[in-house]
Design a protein around this ligand. Sequence first.
Ligand SMILES: Cc1cc2nc3c(=O)[nH]c(=O)nc-3n(C[C@H](O)[C@H](O)[C@H](O)COP(=O)(O)O)c2cc1C
Length: 160
Amino acid sequence: MSYAIAYSSRTGNTAQLAQAVREALSEEECRYFGEPHAEALVADTIYVGFWTDKGTCDEQTAHFLKGLTNQRIFLFGTAGFGGAPAYFDQILGRVKENLGPNVQVVGTYMCQGKMPQVVRDRYEGMEDSPRRTAMLENFDRALCHPDQGDLDRLKEQITH
Ligand SMILES: Cc1cc2nc3c(=O)[nH]c(=O)nc-3n(C[C@H](O)[C@H](O)[C@H](O)COP(=O)(O)O)c2cc1C
């Protein structure tokens, strides 16, 4: 079956996932690889990659998802906050709100993605509190993600 990989990535984390998807699938069946674009619509399955912006997918991905009609899609994404699967489910729920009723979601995958240093600087400037400590700890945990394990799990989910 043919496929396309359409992804948005501002700092490269989701791009790493997109590359892993590509490696997991046959190059021959690849119809499109790149930023969200109408060209991706020719494929049987579209792997749609997003980065998390204010609790949902980035604008570019939201716009692309809203333009889908009856495609099969696999959603993958990265978020700065990880650790709690319920958080990822919440994000995915919001991302799916962009989809029409005839779009079929055949799979989903999310993992943590590192954030820029300016974010840590901002946390450091906050008054000391348990929340600040938790955010700093989360920031540091995110630094090594996506790691090889994250990429392997994504590949495994795609190929079963
Ligand atoms: C403007 C902005 C808003 C963000 N909002 C969130 C958010 O609401 N929740 C979250 O978990 N991560 C948030 N992040 C972190 C990114 O989603 C995360 O670092 C992601 O892996 C970036 O992916 P990319 O490298 O593919 O751009 C935000 C990052 C930026 C720059």
